[in-house]
Design a protein around this ligand. Structure first.
Ligand SMILES: [Ca+2]
Ligand SMILES: [Ca+2]
Ligand SMILES: [Ca+2]
Length: 343
């Protein structure tokens, strides 16, 4: 059994291995200095993020754990922990939980929108599967947990992203008929005194009716609790009994390729999302030119000062749990001198 998400160490190890492979393939001793057209190698061990404006993860198996909540922590303290995790040497990452959970980050310098080129990467922990039981699969897949990216240019120079400054990056699923704009979901704080509901088939679940949710499409359900993550899945620093998130919901991307619940493949969308392709893959890079307004019209931004990322799917993948976007930083590709043409 491939244990994609069973613990973070595995993810971190896979992630490090991917970087090592990439670094090796980029050096070539046979070329002389004059002839060497090898693009500069970028290591993804730093981040250009300098501010966390907002951090509100949805319910999730890594919520209160990445970053770690300590009893008494306020929202401000959680924002500081998030900043420490994904800025500078980016010591860790943040997990955004289920659909809608988000983080808003800012930078000391505007990331410029250079014509014809992609401009930034949102770093995550996506990786490709080593093998797929479905040999007919045409899309790339593995652990891809797509997050929707929004961008804001500080047009009025007041140092904050104002409501009318936000635009959405129209990724490959923007025109997919299964994508739902203005999707809204509410998660209810779990009652610690409620008796857990055990399922004899899904033995990984310690409570299959753990966190109740309903959406604005007439659907409702439960986020189960699993045996690998025992902490509270509802953000502990939020005092309200329920939290609501609104955004663009992407189609489900997880398929149980084993047919028996043991091997889930989370397929990658073509482009335009966070945590949807490995950090060293060009499809994790974003062109600011893809930003559109609510009517789908191009925003034509000169650059971006703020980026919001939120989990874009409402999906349970069996024992892997809910799909949650992870963010470990943002890289300004122009500052990094990395040239990636747009599509
Ligand atoms: Ca650009
Ligand atoms: Ca502003
Ligand atoms: Ca992830």
């Amino acid at each position: 059994m491939i244990k994609y998400k069973i613990n973070l160490l595995n993810i971190a190890m896979a992630f490090t291995a991917a970087i090592a492979l990439y670094s090796c393939s980029s050096s070539d001793d046979s070329t002389t200095k004059e002839e060497d057209n090898t693009p500069p190698t970028i290591s993804y061990n730093y981040s250009d993020v300098t501010k966390v404006i907002d951090f509100k993860p949805a319910a999730g198996q890594f919520t209160n754990d990445i970053p770690k909540y300590v009893k008494g922590d306020t929202e401000e303290e959680m924002k500081k922990k998030a900043l420490k995790a994904i800025s500078g040497d980016k010591l860790s990452m943040v997990s955004l939980g289920g659909f809608g959970g988000y983080i808003v980050v800012g930078f000391d310098e505007t990331i410029k929108n250079v014509e014809g080129l992609r401009d930034f990467k949102v770093l995550g922990n996506a990786f490709w599967a080593n093998s797929n039981p479905n040999s007919n699969a045409t899309n790339r897949g593995g652990s891809c947990e797509p997050g929707v990216i929004m961008v804001a240019y500080d047009a009025n120079k007041n140092g904050v992203p104002d409501e009318d400054e936000w635009y959405e990056i129209a990724g490959s699923e923007h025109t997919n008929s299964e994508t739902i704009a203005n999707y809204s979901i509410t998660y209810h704080k779990p009652d610690p005194n409620k008796a857990p509901v055990i399922d004899t088939i899904n033995k990984w679940a310690t409570d299959i009716e753990y966190i109740k949710w309903e959406d604005n499409q007439g659907q409702s359900g439960y986020m189960p609790k699993n045996t690998y993550h025992q902490q509270n899945y509802f953000p502990e620093w939020i005092n309200e009994d329920k939290i609501t998130f609104t955004g663009t919901k992407l189609p489900n991307n997880a398929i149980d390729e084993s047919g028996k619940g043991t091997y889930w493949v989370l397929y990658s969308f073509d482009y335009g999302y966070a945590d949807n392709a490995p950090n060293n893959d060009d499809e994790s890079a974003i062109d600011i030119n893809w930003a559109v307004d609510r009517a789908g019209k191009k925003a034509n931004l000169p650059g971006v000062d703020f980026i919001k990322i939120y989990t874009g799917v409402n999906q349970q993948a069996g024992w892997l749990g809910e799909t949650s976007t992870e963010v470990s930083g943002v890289i300004d590709l122009h500052k990094a001198k990395v040239t990636i043409p747009t599509r």
